[in-house]
Design a protein around this ligand. Structure first.
Ligand code: DX5
Ligand code: ZN
Length: 221
């Protein structure tokens, strides 16, 4: 099964409620919620108060992507604010603190993910794999929506898929950055099962058609 997670980073925040509704109306599976602190990435986005507001208006699964340093400090707060899954970056803190963040998220009763930036090798996922519910392979440098897909990430997606099959079947494999119907086909063929789409989804006139187009490569297989 392929899941599509529209990223509200590309939404019109003046009408965020309508944008959220358009995700569920279009058949989007998850809401992808990008948190940026201006330190881990050179941009600042949205945080806890916005997450609380989004949680109040939807029952949809909220996939929080923390692009912040020292995520162990705020992981519980994001869980309390309404996240269903919280993903932290491997590069965002010392390994022991990344492990602490994952434990905190689980102790809050939520799912935990681990993300790797384009420059981080797949191998580091190995030791975290038994502990996480999702691995997020970035297919752009985190920080901004609307960037071009990095085709050289495809072997890494395949490598992580192999590791998942061997050591933690059931763990999800998400990709984020530059996803459109063409790149969706490639990442699905390389083993991704959860696709984040920001600009492609929110620019589409027909958002239901956009979600379907991202899932098409998988139909009938
Ligand atoms: C980038 C974010 C993405 C972003 C994707 O740092 O993590 O979720 O919204 O946007 P598109 O789909 O436009 O590349
Ligand atoms: Zn993201």
């Amino acid at each position: 099964m392929i899941r599509v997670a529209p990223s509200i980073l590309s939404a019109d925040f003046t009408v965020l409620g309508q944008e959220i509704k358009s995700i569920t109306d279009a058949g989007g599976d998850w809401i992808h919620f990008d948190v940026m602190d201006g330190v881990f990435v050179p941009n600042i986005s949205i945080g806890i108060p916005v997450l609380e507001s989004v949680r109040r208006i939807t029952g949809c699964f909220i996939d929080v992507h923390l692009m912040i340093v020292e995520p162990q400090k705020l992981a519980a707060a994001f869980c309390r604010a309404g996240a269903d899954l919280v993903t932290v970056h491997y590069e965002a803190a010392e390994e022991e603190n990344i492990l602490a963040a994952i434990e905190t998220i689980h102790s809050c009763g939520k799912k935990a993910g681990l993300s790797i930036k384009p420059g981080t090798p797949a191998e580091i996922v190995h030791k975290f794999l038994p502990m996480v519910d999702l691995v997020l392979v970035m297919t752009v440098e985190p920080g901004f929506g609307g960037q071009g897909f990095m085709h050289d990430m495809l072997p890494k997606i395949q490598q992580v898929r192999k590791m998942i099959e061997e050591f933690h079947p059931g763990c999800l494999l998400e990709v984020d950055g530059g996803i459109n119907p063409e790149t969706a086909e490639l990442v699905i063929r390389h083993g991704a099962d959860t696709l984040v789409a920001g600009s492609y989804f929110f620019k589409a006139k027909d958002r239901k058609g956009a979600v379907e187009a991202l899932k098409i490569p998988f139909k009938g297989e």
